[in-house]
Ligand binder design. Structure first.
Ligand code: SF4
Length: 335
């Protein structure tokens, strides 16, 4: 099995108590059965607490009971009691692996980090040419769909990074190319897109305002950005950071089409993330924290992801044509 990594992957080290938005906050920790079996043998007050605070959630998973939005084993020093008393090797799989993500395909395996971790987000945004290893991913099997998705993913990355056009136009090129790819995946022929006169940025924000956020503060920031009437900041350091966010989402999700036959919703999600965060970026100097919070609130929420995917497929406001018009308009404003 060949393994591929973005260049930032092996630089990651958890910053624990120095973490500004720990994974021990806001999320339920799913405990795998092997680890729970070990926890059931621990004879100490911590063992009693582990047994008392592990319950079955609505999805049938065994989870630690969250207390005021915090993992119950995350102590007042912002360190993990399980790690301290039992050692790193005794963390459950969820905690041991996060933010490392492994995606296995026929004959090869891709690894990445999750943007929802602040330290991973810092590394992802700091790195030039982070995906050169993944871009060269070779597939020697006989799955034609996987072969063609790898070629299309590479071409999408080249469209994003291979020209000196403004970011809005490059995102539009990625979208147009993938609308053609999607037409073929749907069994049709690639056809020229009929680009309308107007696109609607407010529709992108209305959709984002409807999402379910864990943090009322983040929901307020999204709403304020949507109501501000500002346009996305597709220039300078923000454009560079958005480009890296787009590439992260491309390499994280594009090959899911092996099962879903859907490349377009991945590209639309990345484009809409760039539009929303491009506006929100006007109100902050900390892009890393902004993008990381978006990842935790939107990318990593199953419900929010479903809502976006449904809207992209069903609502004409998010057709490729309308989004391209919107991106063109943003690009024209800075040419
Ligand atoms: S979010 Fe990342 S850096 Fe923060 S505690 Fe979790 S793994 Fe460590």
């Amino acid at each position: 099995m060949r393994h591929y990594y973005p260049s930032y992957f092996k630089k990651f080290k958890c910053i624990a108590a120095r973490c500004p938005d720990s994974c021990c906050k806001d999320w339920d920790v799913v405990v795998d059965s092997e680890t729970e079996a070990f926890y059931n043998t621990v004879q100490s007050p911590l063992g009693d607490k582990l047994r008392a605070l592990t319950v079955t959630d609505g999805d049938g998973d065994r989870v630690f009971v969250s207390q005021n939005g915090r993992c119950p084993f995350w102590n007042a020093d912002m360190l993990c009691d399980i790690y301290i008393e039992l050692g790193e090797d005794r963390l459950c799989r969820t905690c041991a692996e996060f933010p490392r993500i492994t995606q296995e395909y026929d004959g090869f395996c891709e690894h990445t980090l999750s943007f929802a971790c602040p330290e991973a987000a810092r590394l992802i945004l700091a790195e030039d040419n982070a995906y050169s290893d993944l871009l060269e991913a070779r597939y020697h099997g006989d799955d034609e769909l996987l072969s063609s998705l790898l070629r299309a993913r590479k071409q999408t990355a080249l469209l994003l990074c291979g020209s000196g056009k403004p970011l809005g136009l490059r995102l539009g090129d990625c979208l147009e190319y993938n609308a053609q790819i999607q037409a073929v995946l749907n069994g049709g022929e690639p056809a020229a897109l009929d680009i309308p006169e107007d696109g609607d940025l407010s529709a992108v924000f209305e959709l984002h305002k409807r999402l379910d956020y864990m943090s009322a503060d983040f929901a307020r920031l999204v709403a304020e950005a949507g109501d501000s009437g500002l346009t996305p900041l597709f220039e300078g350091e923000t454009a560079k950071a958005l480009e890296r966010l787009f590439l992260y989402m491309l390499f994280r999700y594009y090959l899911n089409a092996v099962d879903s036959y859907d490349v377009l919703s991945t590209v639309k999600r990345a484009v809409c993330a760039c539009l929303v965060l491009g506006v929100m970026a006007r109100n902050t100097s900390d892009l890393t924290a902004l993008f990381q919070r978006y990842s935790k609130e939107v990318e990593h929420s199953y419900e929010n992801s479903e809502e976006l995917t449904f809207a992209f497929a069903a609502d004409e406001a998010f057709s490729s044509e309308r989004l391209i018009t919107l991106l063109d308009a943003q690009a024209r404003k800075i040419v």
